[in-house]
Design a binder for this molecule. Structure first.
Ligand code: GLV
Ligand code: MN
Ligand code: MN
Length: 408
C-alpha cells in the first residue's frame, strides 16, 4: 500500500471511534472506552510496522524505530488521541496518524535513521477529564509531580490514579516518573491541524510554529443564597448567577479591549432548578494572552470586576488557577530549518492553542511544530477539518523533517 493510501486507511480506521451519531463530533476522554480503543489501534499500527512499543505508567505510548541499539538521542514525533468534549477528528489524531505515515514514507524512500525515531501518543492532552492541560506530557517530563496528578478528580469524582487503575495501569508511585523520556530525546516535532485561518490567508498548506501564547484555566466559584424564584423580590436576592453572568460580559470586554482571549465555556449550577435562585455557580475561565504580563493583567481585571459585581449582588467569588501553561518560544533555528522548503519556505506563525510540544519545549528539549491548513479555522468542534491533499503535504513535510533530523 502506498503511504498516501496508508494514511487514508488509518484515517478511516479511526473515524468511527468515539464519534457521536448526533453531532458528528468526538468524545474520546482519557481512559474511557473510545480513547482506549484509539490507543489499542495505535499499538497495533506500531506493531504492524515493527516499532518497539513502550508505554509509561500513565499510558503515554511510544513506538520506537531503532535500526540499531544505542544510537543516541532520539527524534520524537506524534501527538495525542484524546479529544475535547464533542471535538473534531483532527486535533491530536492528525499528528499521530501523520507520524506513522511519515515512517512509511521514509521506508519507501529507503531511509535508515541514524538515531531512533519515536512515534508518541500522549494521554489527556486536552485536560477534558481531569482539568489540567497536557497532563500526560507534564508527567512524562517531570513538570507535574505524581502526587498532585494522582489526586486530580474528574466531574464524577473519580481520581486520576483510580481511573488509571481501572484502565489496567497499576498506580505505583515509584514507577510513575518517566522523566527519562526528556533525557532520551534530542528533539520533538508535533504535527497538528491549524486551529485558526492564518495558513488559509497565506495560501500555504503547511506552516511551522514560532510560539505558543501563555494560557490558563481558572475556576470561579460564586456563592449566594438559594431562594424561591417567585416569592423573592428582585431587590432581595443574592443571586450568584447574576454575578457570574456579569463576569462573563466583563471578561469578554476586557479581552476584546486588550486584544487577548477570554472564554467561559463550562458552568455548573447548584441546585440547577428552574424555579429557584441558585446557591452556587461554578464557572471556568480560559484566558490566553500574548505575554505572561498581558495574561496577568487580563486575569487581574476579570477577578477585580467579578469581586466588585459579587459585592453589589451580596454574593462571594473565589478564584482558583487549575491549569497554567507558560509562554513558549520554539527553537528558532529548528523552526527555520523545518520551514526551509524548495518551493518557498513554509510560513512560521504563532498559535494561541496549547500543545504537548509546549510542555516538552519548556522541559528544555528542542521542539518544533508543523501545522496543516484548516479551511474554516474551526477547531474544538465537530466542524474542524483539513483536506486530505493538505494532510498528505503535511506527511511529506514531517517525513522531510525526520529525515533531516534523524539522518546519519
Ligand atoms: C488545547 O487544545 C488548548 O489549547 O486548549
Ligand atoms: Mn491538540
Ligand atoms: Mn485541542
Amino acid at each position: 500500500m502506498s503511504p498516501s493510501a496508508g494514511f487514508e486507511r488509518m484515517w478511516s480506521d479511526l473515524a468511527p471511534i468515539g464519534r457521536s451519531a448526533r453531532s458528528g463530533g468526538y468524545f474520546r476522554q482519557p481512559f474511557a472506552s473510545a480513547e482506549r480503543e484509539c490507543h489499542a489501534w495505535f499499538v497495533e499500527q506500531c506493531e504492524a510496522r515493527g516499532l518497539r512499543v513502550e508505554s509509561d505508567p500513565v499510558g503515554n505510548t511510544v513506538g520506537w524505530w531503532e535500526p540499531e541499539p544505542g544510537q543516541g538521542q532520539a527524534v520524537l514525533c506524534g501527538s495525542h488521541l484524546d479529544s475535547v468534549l464533542d471535538g473534531g477528528a483532527y486535533d491530536g489524531p492528525l499528528g499521530v496518524v501523520s507520524a506513522l505515515a511519515a515512517v512509511d514514507v521514509l521506508r519507501e524512500r529507503g531511509f535508515t535513521p541514524g538515531r531512533p525515531i519515536g512515534v508518541a501518543a500522549f494521554v489527556e492532552e486536552e485536560g477534558s477529564r481531569f482539568g489540567l492541560a497536557c497532563l500526560g506530557s507534564r508527567l512524562a517530563t517531570g513538570a507535574m509531580p505524581w502526587e498532585k496528578a494522582a489526586a486530580l478528580t474528574d466531574r464524577g469524582g473519580t481520581r486520576f490514579d483510580e481511573a488509571l487503575s481501572s484502565a489496567g495501569f497499576p498506580a505505583d508511585p515509584d514507577r510513575v516518573a518517566w522523566t527519562e523520556l526528556r533525557d532520551r530525546i534530542g528533539c520533538f516535532v508535533e504535527l497538528h491541524v491549524e486551529q485558526g485561518r492564518d495558513l488559509v490567508d497565506r495560501g500555504a498548506a503547511v506552516g511551522v510554529a514560532s510560539a505558543i501564547w501563555p494560557h490558563g484555566r481558572y475556576r470561579f466559584e460564586f456563592t449566594g443564597q438559594a431562594n424561591h424564584a417567585g416569592t423573592t423580590r428582585m431587590e432581595d436576592r443574592h443571586d450568584p448567577m447574576l454575578s457570574y453572568a456579569m463576569t462573563v460580559l466583563a471578561a469578554n470586554k476586557q479581552a476584546r479591549l486588550a486584544g487577548q482571549r477570554a472564554t467561559f465555556g463550562r458552568v455548573d449550577v447548584h441546585p440547577n432548578g428552574t424555579n429557584a435562585v441558585p446557591s452556587r455557580v461554578t464557572a471556568w475561565l480560559d484566558a490566553r494572552a500574548e505575554s505572561p504580563q498581558h495574561l496577568d493583567v487580563l486575569l487581574a481585571a476579570v477577578e477585580r470586576l467579578a469581586a466588585e459585581r459579587a459585592d453589589r449582588d451580596g454574593t462571594t467569588v473565589r478564584v482558583t488557577a487549575e491549569s497554567v501553561s507558560g509562554e513558549v518560544t520554539f527553537d528558532p533555528a529548528l523552526a527555520a530549518r523545518i520551514a526551509a522548503h524548495e518551493d518557498g519556505d513554509w510560513p512560521v506563525i504563532p498559535t494561541m492553542a496549547g500543545h504537548d510540544a509546549g510542555i516538552i519545549s519548556a522541559a528544555g528539549v528542542p521542539t518544533a511544530m508543523l501545522f496543516v491548513r484548516n479551511p474554516t479555522g474551526v477547531s474544538h468542534s465537530p466542524d474542524e477539518h483539513a483536506e486530505t491533499a493538505d494532510c498528505l503535504v503535511g506527511v511529506e513535510a514531517l517525513a522531510d523533517t525526520l529525515e533531516r533530523l534523524a539522518g546519519s
